[in-house]
Design a protein around this ligand. Sequence first.
Ligand code: KG4
Ligand code: ZN
Length: 335
Amino acid sequence: MDDKNVIILAIETSCDETSAAVIKDGELLSNEVFSQINIHTNYGGVVPEVASRNHLVKLPQVIDEAVRKAKISLNDLSAVAVTKGPGLIGALLVGVSYAKSLAYALNKKIIGVNHLMGHISANFLAGAQPPFICLIASGGHTLIVKVISHTQYQVLGSTRDDAAGEAFDKVARVIGLGYPGGPKLDKLADEGNENAYEFTRAMIKEDNYDFSFSGLKSAALNHINKAKMKNEAINKADLCASFRKCVCDILIMKTMRAAKDCNINSIAICGGVTANSLLRKNFKAECDKNAIMLTMPDAFLCTDNAGMIASCAYYKYLNNEFEDIYMNASPSQRL
Ligand code: KG4
Ligand code: ZN
C-alpha cells in the first residue's frame, strides 16, 4: 500500500458535537465542528435523542464544508474514518451509518476509531512523539495512559466513580452557572480565592494512578447546601476557585507520578477538561520544574472534534487497521 498521499475523511458524532475533518499524510486540512451546545442548554444537559436528530440534520453540511475547505474531492479519499465508541448509541449510529454508506458508495476503506484514542491522537497533531504519559480528562472519562506507539496504549489508571468533567459540570449546575459548566466554572474561578474552601485531595497518597471525584463533588455540594440552610450567601467565585484548584492538583500530581514511575520524561494532555486554564498553567509550571516535556493541544483540539479522530485514523491506516461494512457502533467501548 502506498503510504504517500493518504487522505482520510473523519467523522465524529459521539455526543453533542457534529464534526468532520480531512487529514492528508498526518496534516489536518480541515476540521469543522458544529456544536449543539445552544440546543442542549435549554434542557440543562445533553438529551441523547435530540443529539442524534441534530447530527442527522447537520452531518451532511459539516462534511461538505470540511471537504470544501480541504480543497479535495470525495474521490481523492483513501479511507473514511468514524468514531465507533464510546458515546451515546443513537449519536454514534448516525456517524457510523453515514461513514459506512459513504465508504460503500465510493468504494473506500473504513476505519473505526475509539473516541478516547482520538483524544490521545490530538497530541500527535500538536507534535507529541511516543512514548509519553497521557492524561485524558473529559466529560465521561478520566484516565492516565502510557502511549507506547501511535497505535499502542497501556491504561495505567482511571476514575473509580465520576469523571473530572462530570464533577465540574455538576458543581457548576448547582451554583446556577448552566450547561456546560466546566468552562463557566473555570472563568468564575479566576475571580475567586483558591484557598477559601478546604477540600480533601482524594486518593492522592495511594500508590496507584486511579482517581475519585465523587467525594469532592459531594463536598462542594455540601458547602452550598449548608449555606442555603443557614440562609447565608455563598461566595461562588471562591468556591469555584477552591474546587478547580483541588481537581487540578489531583490530575497533575497523579500524572507526574506516572511519568516518574515509568521513567518517561514526556507528558501530553487531552480531553475537554484539559482546556481548563489553571490546569494548563500549573501543568506547564510543574513540567518545567521537573524537566519534563509537555504537549498541550490547542483548546479547540482538546474538546470533541473530528480532527483528533482523523489523526488516530491516519496511524491506523498506516498500520493496516481497517473495518468492514459490518462495523457497528460500540457505545461502551473501552480503550
Ligand atoms: O472531551 P469533551 O469535549 O467531551 C467528552 O468526550 O466528554 O469534554 C467535555 C467536558 C465537559 O465536562 C466540560 O465541562 C469540560 O470538558 N470542560 C472544561 C473546560 N472546558 C470543557 N472543564 C473545565 N474547564 C474548562 N475550561
Ligand atoms: Zn470527548
